[in-house]
Write a protein that binds this ligand. Structure first.
Ligand SMILES: *[C@@H]1O[C@H](CO)[C@@H](O)[C@H](O)[C@H]1NC(C)=O
Length: 329
């Protein structure tokens, strides 16, 4: 009886309740469903494209890091000409570099005891003269002209003599975009009169594309003072004695900073470029640092192996273009 009464009471109650609940919940339930569907649609409309957007941006950033240098490739500067094929700073080394269509050639400039500028580095003189302590300033023009490079370099040498700076400029100045004169300071006269000697050779050779840099700030400043229109650079390196890096910004009139390549990073690039100076990296002879210099966006790379650097740039260019990187023009 109690059970029956319960059923009797429960059924209509229950049935009515369900119906009421359905009536009550149907709009509510479908609103919830609509909201969920809407949410899913919005989610699908926003999240995957957003995800791919950021993913794509990341891929582009990586590609940009790898390929951005293509917008402004660095000048390829042959260090003493192409010294993989000939003795550095000989007419042969310059000719090979010109043949490889380098953008510029760096010439080492040293002064003889009687004041003549030669395209010669102490290190190379010591090899030719077989004397590890001799310096260019120890010898006269006559003594240097008598030296024969073929004593140490076998092979097909067209010109076995050490060129004067004037000889070198007569060959290269009109054949490359830029000539860097790396002015060396040494005994017996050191900086004395050196700026004038250099300027006079530049003028006599009518070298319009000569730039000069030097480790000696005294010389660089002297050049800037005497020839305000000449492009002059100073050098940033680690002092071999103290281990201290030279100051990054220290010469207002200089528009080029020649930096020892391991010291170059993004920060250095930003600081130097902000002052409207160009960064020339020296001396970059291996593939990994060469790639690093490209990614950092240096303005020029001085290398003893210009052909290898040109090949590496060409390979990277092909790779970038194949991966869809487009060069803005
Ligand atoms: C090497 O060069 C120095 C400086 O010119 C000179 O004093 C010395 O005699 C030379 N040594 C030899 C073995 O020629």
């Amino acid at each position: 009886m109690a059970l029956f009464e319960w059923r009797q009471r429960r059924r209509p109650l229950d049935g009515g309740g369900t119906r009421r609940r359905l009536l009550l919940f149907r709009p509510l339930y479908s609103r919830k469903l609509k909201r969920m569907i809407l949410f899913a649609v919005v989610f699908l409309a926003i999240v995957p494209p957003l995800f791919f957007h950021f993913k794509l941006r990341r891929i582009r950033q990586i590609a940009a890091k790898k390929c951005d240098w293509l917008q402004h490739p660095p000048r390829v500067c042959a260090h003493g000409g192409d010294s993989t094929l000939a003795f550095p700073n000989t007419m042969d080394a310059y000719s090979y570099a010109i043949g490889s269509r380098v953008d510029c050639i760096e010439v080492d400039v040293s002064r003889s005891s009687d004041g003549v500028l030669f395209a010669l580095h102490n290190r190379d003189l010591q090899r030719i003269a077989r004397n590890s302590s001799v310096q260019v300033g120890d010898l006269s023009m006559k003594q240097i002209k008598e030296l024969d490079v073929s004593q140490i370099v076998k092979g097909t040498l067209d010109n076995r003599r050490i060129p004067t700076l004037e000889d070198a400029l007569a060959l290269i100045s009109n054949s490359v975009g830029q000539v860097i004169l790396d002015a060396k300071v040494g005994p017996p006269m050191y900086e004395k009169g050196l700026a004038l000697d250099i300027l006079s050779v530049i003028e006599r050779s009518r070298c319009k594309n000569c730039i000069v840099w030097a480790k000696s700030d005294t010389l660089a400043r002297d050049l800037i003072r005497r020839a305000p229109h000449l492009t002059v650079g100073y050098i940033v390196m680690v002092d071999p004695l103290t281990g201290v890096r030279s100051k990054l910004l220290r010469m207002k009139g200089a528009s080029v900073v020649g930096v020892y390549h391991p010291l170059i990073d993004e920060n250095l690039m930003t600081v130097v470029h902000r002052r409207k100076k160009e960064v020339y990296a020296w001396t970059v002879d291996e593939a990994d640092p060469m790639k690093r210099m490209l990614h950092l966006g240096v303005d020029a790379v001085v290398t003893s192996n210009p052909v290898m650097f040109q090949g590496l740039m060409e390979d990277l260019r092909t790779e970038c273009l194949e991966e869809g990187f487009s060069i803005r023009t």
